[in-house]
Write a protein that binds this ligand. Structure first.
Ligand code: ADP
Length: 248
């Protein structure tokens, strides 16, 4: 069944720092086209999980596959990015002095598949892709403004747009609405839900209202392993999850 094709397959992943297990035999599968939220208290291993997926950290043990055949534990960070895993860190990193449009062009130039034939394609297909992306992230009105003049929310959307230029199959977002206004949060929720129609997303988020707004399956991490998994309403009623979040 194609709708349940696993795009990310992690099994028994352990990462140790000085004897401390940041990830402890973690097992997690994400389906193609899925929007997955990952939650968990500080120190649960969320960042380490994203580091393993993107090749920044190599697990001590465990299996990590992307798609049918790509062994993430044997790939470098650039190889993993080229294979279609995009990651957005919490803080926006855009080129402040360049316009929104130029930022998207620069992001496209970083795409290895485009690089070789860039000059020819920037006139045609690439321009269409940039225009399309500007519309998706709703920055068409500010396309010619330097990125440094954008609001915090707009910078975050621009960076998501920059990631989209590389056409990721799986997009990892780290606390995408941190520091945003309510209105920006709602627009970001709409954007993420729209994005999830064409790719898989993994969203690490602390804001439970936002997680609820996104819908989909939630994975609760605790002490480097999956504590609970399912719809938010379900995991929120799980006594183990309540204990982890509220203490005793
Ligand atoms: P989260 O993102 O859920 O807050 P992290 O993945 O950042 O959790 O961290 C999990 C645990 O691993 C924490 O206890 C953290 O202190 C530890 N840790 C993370 N990275 C390192 C590192 N490079 N060296 C030592 N300990 C680390």
């Amino acid at each position: 069944d194609a709708s349940h094709r696993v795009i990310l397959y992690l099994e028994g992943i352990t990462v140790t720092f000085d004897g401390f297990r940041a990830l402890n035999a973690l097992t997690l599968y994400i389906d193609a086209g899925e929007l997955r939220c990952v939650i968990g208290p500080n120190g649960a291993g969320k960042t380490t999980l994203m580091d393993v997926i993107t090749g920044k950290t190599r697990p001590d043990t465990g299996t990590a596959f992307f798609g049918q055949s790509l062994d993430l534990t044997r790939m470098s960070e650039p190889e993993i990015a080229d294979a279609g895993i995009g990651r957005k860190f919490q803080k926006p990193t855009v080129f402040e002095r360049h316009t929104v449009l130029e930022n998207l062009e620069l992001a496209m130039k970083a795409d290895k598949r485009v690089r070789g034939t860039l000059r020819a394609r920037l006139d045609g297909e690439a321009r269409d892709r940039i225009a399309e992306t500007l519309a998706v992230v709703r920055l068409g009105q500010v396309a010619h403004r330097p990125a440094g003049t954008l609001s915090h929310g707009q910078k975050q959307w621009l960076e998501i747009g920059m990631l989209l230029m590389q056409q990721p199959k799986l997009l990892l977002l780290d606390e995408p609405v941190a520091g945003m206004t309510d209105e920006e949060r709602e627009r970001t929720a709409e954007l993420i839900v729209a994005l999830s129609s064409e790719r898989s997303l993994m969203v690490v988020e602390h804001d439970m209202d936002f997680v609820a707004r996104l819908g989909g399956k939630v994975t609760v991490l605790h002490e480097g392993a999956v504590l609970a998994e399912g719809p938010l309403e379900q995991v929120q009623q799980d006594p183990r999850v309540i204990e982890v979040y509220l203490g005793r």
